[in-house]
Design a protein around this ligand. Structure first.
Ligand SMILES: *Cc1c(COP(=O)(O)O)cnc(C)c1O
Length: 397
């Protein structure tokens, strides 16, 4: 994992590791970045090498100099617990690959009720068809999750905070119970990234990211990553091979390029997001702001204990208002685009309704809910934009 620059060390700060890891100046003939290797076939120089499968690379699907640079950088970011990183063509593919790798027919899976909806669809659809039973649990359950374990419970999937409702889950407490029960802990760490939440240091065995979001950072790739500790990595690595999961070379390169600036971008999303959250909390149209880095948020103590920062994604609950007032706000704002996904440089706004899919907990926020992604624009401009939106909201209410 040490680059030929000799510069990668776990003792260094994450900011430094993001910049220095996965760089092999000599192999890159002096260039700072690795080439985008488009490749399937790798040629062996002799029959002996061929028979022994000898060589740094064997086949495009199993890795290239570009994927290796990305994997080394992600490993350096995750920290010393990370035994390997798998790459997938989307965040959802990282999740489905992980679940297929870990589970078998007859197993039981525990999933937090605020998990990303397509994760639930995968559990309720394909996993169910393959004989895996899923039970959803209250994200605030903590050590109480013990009561939900069955003799065949193989894994627990957590996501903190939930990417619409932003409850904070006590991951270390859940991990302690899961490990005592012989189950693996899987975390969707997309919101905080390993920069702000070192899940593998907190009892998580497999930490996944939709790198489509902050790792890519520019709304121009679909990408997923699977980081695993020494216990879980062999089964992840084996099943990535069995399933034939791999990512395209241009997206691999863009994910690596995104990682180099992840720290500076994420710190700005954190600052701007919190600034906007505090401003929104003071607006008369807003009933509640769902952002764990706000001192008033019920999840704040857990966030403060387990996370070192927050990203730019949070939600608000508006005062009760008709749909047309919410739509007037959405149609008035110009800097906030209406669209799914997040983690890019641009601000987004989207209405959501968790009650449409939740099963273990009741979602009754008491007003219309909007999710905001705070991008890298000036927050003064974003506030002015939302002020115009609120004026249209009030006029239509
Ligand atoms: C977007 C997202 C995913 C899925 O990522 P894709 O790259 O869109 O497949 C998974 N989990 C969370 C929390 C997400 O926000």
């Amino acid at each position: 994992m040490v680059s030929s620059d000799g510069s990668t060390s776990q003792a260094q700060q994450a900011e430094t590791r993001l910049v220095t890891s996965g760089r092999d100046t000599k192999a890159q003939k002096g260039f700072v970045n690795p080439p985008v290797v488009h490749g399937s076939t790798v040629l062996y120089p002799t029959a002996e090498d061929l028979h022994a499968h000898r060589g740094e690379f064997q086949y495009g699907r199993h890795g290239t100099p570009t994927t290796r640079a990305l994997q080394e950088t992600l490993m350096a970011l995750e920290g010393p617990q990370c035994a390997g990183v798998g790459l997938a063509p989307s965040g959802l593919a990282a999740i489905s690959t992980t679940l297929l790798a870990v589970l078998k027919a007859g197993d039981h899976l525990l999933v937090c009720d605020n998990a990303y909806r397509p994760t639930r669809n995968f559990c309720n659809g394909l996993l169910k068809r393959y004989g895996v039973e899923t039970t959803y649990f209250d994200p605030l359950i903590g050590a109480g999750i013990d009561a939900l374990f069955k003799p065949n419970t193989r894994a627990v999937l957590v996501e903190a905070p939930g990417s619409q409702s932003f409850e904070m889950t006590d991951i270390p407490a859940i991990a302690a119970v899961a490990h005592a029960r012989g189950a693996l802990v899987i975390d969707d760490n997309t919101w905080a990234t390993p920069l702000f939440h070192r899940s593998l240091d907190q009892g998580v065995d497999i930490s996944m990211q939709a790198a489509t979001k902050y790792v890519g950072g520019h709304s121009d790739i679909m990408f997923g990553t699977i980081s695993a500790n020494a216990e879980a990595w062999p089964v992840i690595a084996e099943n990535i091979r069995l399933l034939g999961v791999c990512a395209g070379p241009d997206d691999v390169f863009l994910a690596l390029r995104g990682l180099r600036t992840l720290s500076v971008r994420l710190h700005q999303h954190y600052r701007s997001g919190l600034d906007m959250a505090r401003w929104l909390a003071g607006r008369p149209e807003v009933q509640r702001v769902l952002h764990p880095a706000l001192e008033s948020d019920p999840g704040h103590p857990i966030w403060k204990r387990d996370f070192t920062g927050a990203s730019g994604l949070f939600s608000i609950v508006l005062k009760p208002a008709p749909q047309q007032a919410v739509d007037a706000l959405l149609d008035t704002v110009k800097l906030f685009g209406m669209g799914y996904s997040w983690g890019g440089f641009e601000s987004l706004i989207i209405p959501f309704d968790c009650s449409a899919y939740r099963t273990a907990t009741k979602w009754a926020p008491g007003g219309p809910t909007l999710r905001l992604h705070i991008g890298l624009e000036s927050t003064a401009d974003l506030k002015a934009d939302l002020e115009r939106g609120f004026a249209a909201f009030n006029a239509a209410a």
